[in-house]
Write a protein that binds this ligand. Sequence first.
Ligand SMILES: Cc1cc2nc3c(=O)[nH]c(=O)nc-3n(C[C@H](O)[C@H](O)[C@H](O)COP(=O)(O)OP(=O)(O)OC[C@H]3O[C@@H](n4cnc5c(N)ncnc54)[C@H](O)[C@@H]3O)c2cc1C
Length: 301
Amino acid sequence: MKLLNNLIVTTLPLVPKPVVKIIANKYIAGITLGDAVKTVQQLNAKQALCTIDVLGEDIFTKEQAEASREASIRVLNAVHENNLQANLSIKITSLGLKIDKEFCQENVNAILRHAASLNNFVRIDMEDHTCTAETLEVYRTVRNLYPKHVGIVIQAYLYRSKEDILALAQEQANVRLCKGIYNEPAKVAIKDRAAIQKNYNELLQVLLEKKCYTGIATHDDVLIEHAKRLIGEMKLSKNEYEFQMLLGVRNEKRDELLAEKHRLRVYVPFGKDWYGYSVRRLKENPQMAGHVFKAIFGLEK
Ligand SMILES: Cc1cc2nc3c(=O)[nH]c(=O)nc-3n(C[C@H](O)[C@H](O)[C@H](O)COP(=O)(O)OP(=O)(O)OC[C@H]3O[C@@H](n4cnc5c(N)ncnc54)[C@H](O)[C@@H]3O)c2cc1C
């Protein structure tokens, strides 16, 4: 099965988009903001918090970046109007990072100004390593303006993350810690799974010891169990951390953590640009080959 999965991963670009869409449906709330609101309402009813992400991959013009900024603002409004337990996640390349950093900063500031006026919170997702330093700079600038309303993400697979975490811990940052999803070169990122897990555990310990509010973003049992052990040993209260999971991934584990009364936030992406995000999710899915075949033969709805 592993061989078949690997084969499907390498040939995924050849799989017809409608087939990918069928399998990917569980990872995205839908195309419209209304779809996202409905999904968040269902998750809130189960006591899960959410973070909403407007899907968007490469953008090439300032107009596209402005459209992305406005879409984020509409999400914040929808959260407010529908009384949702949800915040917003943003990717700053979709706000113009690769076009003009100052322009991108203004867009991020505008989103944060709006989030702060609604007393909400914005998480700046972390993208590939070519964006790390600038993403941290944009984050720090906006954090100076709206310290209680913005958080950042650190990827445990990057060698630089230890230094970043030490600095962020000093600053009492609100950090989401994840392994990292991008296919990075070995000169910047740890490649061995066990070594990434070890680094994750060490970085998490630094954040929790320094009392930084931490989003423990993983579906990995080894990391979840280690985090629970640390939380127990440090006698942290339930409002000092949260677990975070992606929509459609390990729902049974999500329900287990909720039943244990941990705070848990689900990442809810939506939008017309669903393809790139979905492909990344499918590549992580151990049962992908089975899903692809079922979708092709009409067995998966
Ligand atoms: C809330 C959240 C936000 C994130 N934000 C970022 C970010 O800003 N930047 C970034 O680089 N990365 C981000 N990630 C992705 C993250 O870096 C990992 O790539 C991803 O979470 C998989 O790593 P894992 O720790 O879950 O461990 P894995 O070892 O990948 O997964 C553990 C187990 O979970 C199950 N599983 C995992 N993925 C799937 C799937 N797609 N379908 C079915 N089962 C699956 C499998 O059983 C697997 O064995 C985020 C993840 C989460 C949960």
